[in-house]
Write a protein that binds this ligand. Structure first.
Ligand code: TYD
Ligand code: MG
Length: 452
């Protein structure tokens, strides 16, 4: 029998190609296409020999699935209010960011609350996991440990044990003996995830899969797994900062974009119940180039400090360095400042930074970014008790943003007394804040800095 030709799969997005290429057409990543054994094609035609499926209508009432809480509030909120039985969750993140630590602590919390937990490590020996548990003071929690990478053995064990929650750390180390490629390859990761997700649904076991993200996409990223699971959480943080953010990027059972904030300490991850206080904690005397943004992360208001530095450049093309924000957004705001407010940044290096290692993706941060930039350029400090929010349109107009009241409430709680918001914002009670409403960026810059 002729050997069927191998296929070429992109290790970043999982697209299948007929031949090797340097660049994946599907996702645009370079050097991510690898050769793999062909997938079996299966029988030619299925025919009508299946069983009849029970069908229901849209009006059928289904009880809300009972959720198990871990007692770790930051985790439960990101999960949408607790762990849904028979759900599959992917926790992705850079190596060394603290995924194993987080999940060991989560397993212990769930176990203490009576959820039967199984923690399968494919990366560390049981003794190593036990050592970590000892260091974290979790040895009293009834978590069952296993160190294994063979999925057949793992599934057999899960079927016999029937835990409420199984943690697989990590999906890249698991292998199926029916798939003819190395652990960590796209076919193995996809097949292993498929087996585990199917098992979760059939047997009512919640599974959490850990997946490493690699910057260059050489190892199969968990991106191919994202489509299969119910919930995708990313554990992120800047290197050198102790803060870690668990972010829901997809959740079939709760709001996406919800975040949980943790701090990595010598004794594991500590929850941070009030992230605003933490992200603003080391603000000293008012300095030019600093503006406080009243943002919303998921359902929760979070205040962050935006810092800008503007200095004369000796380069032909001045530097634009951004940490924690989108660099395209910075270019847009610089262009609007130049075109609509007459404040040029040509010949100036611009550095922009969100303090504390936080990432801000809301367009509502535009006004705070512009304020920090102009404040740095004009060397005029923004009052330390002021928060700002508002989206800047290309015309220079300020657009109202959502949840104005929540933003003001959080700012007031943290001792801020004045705010700048777009005109037509729904202020509600105002929360005792002095709110200045601005129609456009030029008016704001003129009033605040006397510039433009
Ligand atoms: P780990 O959970 O092993 O990361 P991952 O599973 O995502 O690869 O975490 C490793 C890092 O966390 C390591 O650099 C040390 C740090 N760490 C602490 O700072 N304190 C602790 O109590 C623990 C357990 C780890
Ligand atoms: Mg790990």
């Amino acid at each position: 029998m002729a050997k069927s030709p191998s296929v070429f799969t992109c290790s970043a997005c999982g697209a299948v190609h007929k031949k090797w290429a340097g660049r994946c057409d599907a996702c645009g990543a370079w050097n991510t296409i690898v050769e793999e054994a062909p997938l079996s094609t299966g029988p030619k035609s299925l025919g009508l020999k299946g069983r009849l499926l029970p069908l229901t209508d849209l009006a059928t009432q289904e009880a809300e699935p009972p959720r198990a809480g871990s007692g770790m509030e930051e985790l439960d909120r990101v999960l949408g209010g607790g762990l849904v039985p028979a759900s599959a969750i992917l926790v992705g993140g850079d190596p060394g960011i603290g995924k194993s630590t987080l999940l060991l602590q989560a397993a212990a919390s769930f176990a203490r609350r009576g959820v039967k937990c199984l923690y399968i490590s494919g990366e560390e020996a049981a003794a190593q996991v036990r050592m970590r548990a000892q260091r974290l003071g979790l040895t009293d929690a009834p978590v069952a440990l296993g160190a294994e990478t063979n999925l057949r053995d793992i599934l057999t064990t899960l079927d016999a044990e029937r835990p409420g929650l199984a943690i697989i750390d990590s999906i890249q180390t698991m292998w199926l003996d029916t798939v003819d490629s190395a652990p960590g390859s796209v076919s193995q990761v996809r097949a292993a995830a498929h087996e585990l997700v199917t098992f979760a649904k059939r047997r009512g076991v919640a599974v959490i899969l850990v997946g490493h993200v690699t910057k260059d996409g050489q190892i199969a990223g968990p991106r191919v797994v994202e489509h299969m699971v119910d919930t995708v959480l990313y554990f992120e943080g800047e290197r050198g900062h102790q803060f870690r953010i668990l972010r829901a990027v997809k959740n079939r059972f709760g709001p996406a974009d919800e975040i949980g904030v943790f701090e990595m300490t010598g004794a594991g991850l500590q929850q941070v119940a009030n992230p605003s206080a933490l992200f603003l904690s080391d603000r000293d005397t008012p300095a030019p180039g600093s503006a406080v943004f009243a943002g919303i992360e998921g359902t929760r208001p979070v205040l962050t400090e935006i810092q800008a530095l503007v200095a004369p450049s000796n380069l032909g093309t001045p530097r634009r360095t951004v940490v924690g924000l989108d660099s395209g957004r910075l270019s847009t705001i610089l262009a609007v400042l130049e075109a609509r407010c007459g404040i040029p940044f040509a010949g100036l290096d611009v550095f922009l930074n969100v303090a504390g290692g936080m990432r801000v993706s809301e367009p509502a941060a535009d006004l705070a970014v512009a304020a920090a930039l102009v404040s740095a350029r004009e060397d005029v400090a923004i009052p330390p008790d002021m928060v700002l929010f508002g989206e800047i349109s290309l015309s220079g107009a300020l657009r109202p943003v959502t949840q104005t009241e929540n933003r003001l409430k959080e700012a007031s709680k943290l001792g801020f007394s004045q705010a700048v918001a777009p005109s037509r914002s729904k202020l509600g009670q105002g929360e005792g804040m002095r709110v200045r409403q601005m129609p456009d960026l030029a008016a704001f810059v003129g009033e605040m800095f006397g510039a433009g």
